[in-house]
Design a protein around this ligand. Sequence first.
Ligand SMILES: [Zn+2]
Length: 272
Amino acid sequence: MPELPEVETIARGLRQRLPGLVISSVRCRFTGVIVADAGCFRRSLRGAAVEGVARHGKYLFLRLSGGLDVAVHLRMTGQVLLLPRRMLPDRHTHLEVFFRGSGDKLVFRDVRKFGRCELLTGGIGRFVREKRLGPDALTVKSGHLWSRLQGTRRGLKAALLDQGVLAGLGNIYTDEVLFRCRLSPLRPAAALTRRQTERLTETIHELLREAIRRKGTSISDYVDPQGARGGFQHVLMVYGREGSPCPRCGAAIVKSRVAGRGTWSCPHCQQG
Ligand SMILES: [Zn+2]
């Protein structure tokens, strides 16, 4: 499932190509991908210019003229691709956006069909508030994260996965962050000290920046808008590595179930 680094990689790819283009038409082959009315979505986009591309947590936003935005959430297997206009859509292509005078089209493709596109008329800030999303994990301040963690009775992993606490982390990067900080996924989130939260915040920022440099983690369906896979899956330290030696102490990585998710950790290094 795409997390912050994958969505940021997509945003950067689109930012190089889309701004300035004017949408000529929208073809929707599976209307379930559009939140609310697909006809209204198509009509509203036609003639709009792309002004920019933004991101908050795992949400991608196309900023359009006329105060409109399109929010995209990839969920499990969604892909946003820039493809040649003439390329025939396959059966997993649900939405195609065409531009005036451009040989490219923007495609939303999704094998599992859980991903969604939503037209916003009230701006991104309002959408983020309505969805009750927490601060973005790439830029969150340590004090802000600390106060959010204080407000929960859950374990650290469950709290970090909660997009209302912190927006952007999913199962892969949460396990990697906790390993790097030597923190147990089960440790009560509210018990973290300010100093530990500073270290956690720095580690989150470093890990996410490194993953963005490597253009994300491709374990299942994730690719960037040009169809290229990411490279961070080659440097994961604990995720998916049960039985392998811990890169720090050599103990065998264990897999457990925390917050309903498969969780990988070192039983020796992450006791705190
Ligand atoms: Zn270890």
